[in-house]
Design a protein around this ligand. Structure first.
Ligand code: ARG
Length: 477
């Protein structure tokens, strides 16, 4: 490092990047609370990408020489290699990833490195890096959700006619099909995917060039850096550019809803796996045993996926509270956006992958599902509908008559389709033998042909439509 880089006497002991007006180094506690490099070092690839685009723009605009820009780019590539290979030594004394990268750049290329920060501040730099990082993670979720949607729709198509009990209040309600149940999750995760896509489109503006908060007097070209980094346009207001974290909040909000959906599916798998239900089987690789109870087969991956929503929703809450009431523009509070977000996004990625594997792996136990589907007088609504359709009873009266028939079946300890015609006629004399045609679970589901209903033909069609749509859209659609 040349002498002119650090001109003030006594400043050697202070921070190399901003220590000019200081004559003493930070106190230990100052360094400890201030440093973010322990977690923001994951932003190094984005930081280097942003710096390369910035240097190219500065040279194009004649703000730095082309030779300096070349040196900076060469040095940054070396820094990137060192970080990737693990050779790079991050230093807490240098606070954050931005100053660690720049400091190493200066060691590699000398004084040219000092020109990189022209017309830039760490405030727009971190806003840029985090946007790039979140955008990468959003693209990753898009791919992961594509795979999950495909797994659900493929399994749904295979089980479009596999009957199972449908529940409300977790009480048997009406028979549905296993495929229909899975397709409900397709709708949920497709909405999650579109929420992430929506967040991405609003995020995709480039804050670089806002500098500390007010913009810069250098003749920069913000459109050039925005385009080079794949953004749709530069952000429009310099104060907003450095103080906005909506893009993180939106991502965490969408992640929270997605995690809620994963937790509901996870909970169903946990319940379905109990011997009391016995609705699905998972293979050995996706279950665990107990160290004391030899018979156990536990759905730990589903339980952990169910639990992840705690951290993810907590991260959203945490950042909402950090941002609440913050005056414009940048405040160091905003450095607290990272740890919670990184944790939330990694948790979601993990849960998405684990749940996808379970969906692919899980086998419905068709006999158990069929038997359970008929239990609990699940075709009582079909009986009431028959009374309306055939005997022209008003639905309320049909409901009442059916209630009395269910009560009688309960007293006799039989299912509805086992109850003798005479017993039904004792309650409503006009009931004929034809009624039995609607009391089987197969007929019940087959009759639910209304749009969005559970009839196997509907489910098959919807699953195929989704599979086609997914195949056409590919991973980025
Ligand atoms: N590490 C900081 C953060 O994550 C970078 C921005 C620092 N800006 C500043 N003016 N001290 O927010």
């Amino acid at each position: 490092m040349s002498k002119s880089d650090n001109p003030k006497p006594g400043a050697e002991a202070a921070n190399k990047m901003w220590g000019g007006r200081f004559s003493a180094p930070p106190a230990e506690i100052m360094e400890e609370i201030n440093a973010s490099v322990g977690f923001d070092k994951v932003l190094a690839p984005q930081d280097i990408r942003g710096s390369k685009a910035h240097a190219a723009m500065l040279a194009e605009q004649g703000i730095i020489s082309k030779a300096d820009a070349r040196e900076i780019t060469r040095g940054l590539s070396q820094v990137a290699d060192e970080i990737e290979s693990g050779a790079f030594k991050f230093s807490r004394a240098l606070e954050d990833v931005h100053m660690n990268v720049e400091n190493r750049l200066r060691e590699i290329v000398g004084p040219a490195a000092g020109r990189l920060h022209t017309a830039r501040s760490r405030n727009d730099q971190v806003a840029l890096d985090f946007r790039l990082y979140i955008r990468d993670r959003l693209d990753e979720f898009d791919g992961a959700l594509h795979v999950l949607l495909h797994a659900l729709a493929a399994k749904a198509e295979r089980h479009a006619a596999t009957v199972m009990p449908g529940f409300t209040h977790l009480q048997p309600a009406q028979p549905v099909t296993f495929g229909h149940h899975l397709m409900a999750y397709v709708e949920m995760f497709a909405r999650d995917r579109s929420r992430f896509a929506d967040a991405r489109s609003r995020l995709n503006e480039c804050p670089l060039g806002a500098a500390a908060l007010a913009g810069t007097s250098f003749p920069i070209d913000r459109h050039m850096t925005a385009a080079a980094l794949g953004f749709d346009r530069p952000t429009a207001n310099s104060l907003d550019s450095v103080s906005d974290r909506d893009f993180v909040l939106e991502t965490l909000a969408a992640a929270t809803i997605c995690a809620v959906h994963l937790s509901r599916l996870a909970e169903e798998i946990v319940v379905w796996m109990t011997p009391q239900f016995g609705f699905v089987r998972l293979s050995d690789g996706l279950t665990t045993g107990s160290s004391i109870m030899p018979q156990k087969r536990n759905p730990d991956a589903a339980e952990l996926s169910r639990a992840k929503v705690g951290r993810i929703a907590g991260s959203f809450q945490s950042l909402v509270l950090v941002m609440k009431g913050l005056p414009l523009a940048y405040s160091k509070d905003m450095q607290e956006d990272k740890e919670v977000t990184l944790d939330a996004l990694s948790s979601l990625a993990l849960a998405l992958t684990a749940m996808t594997r379970m969906v692919e792996d899980m086998t419905p136990v068709e006999d158990a599902l069929r038997a359970a589907a008929g239990r609990g007088y699940s075709t009582a609504t079909d009986l009431a509908d028959w009374l309306v359709r055939t005997l022209k009873l008003p639905f309320r009266d049909a409901h009442h008559v059916t209630g009395s028939i269910v009560k009688d079946a309960e007293r006799q300890g039989v299912d509805l389709d086992q109850l003798p015609l005479k017993a039904m006629q004792a309650i409503e004399p006009r009931i004929s033998n034809d009624v039995y045609s609607v009391l089987s679970v197969e007929n019940s589901v087959a009759s639910r042909t209304s749009y969005g209903g559970t009839a196997p033909q509907n489910v098959r069609k919807m699953a195929r439509t989704w599979l086609k749509r997914l195949e056409k859209a590919g991973r980025t659609g």
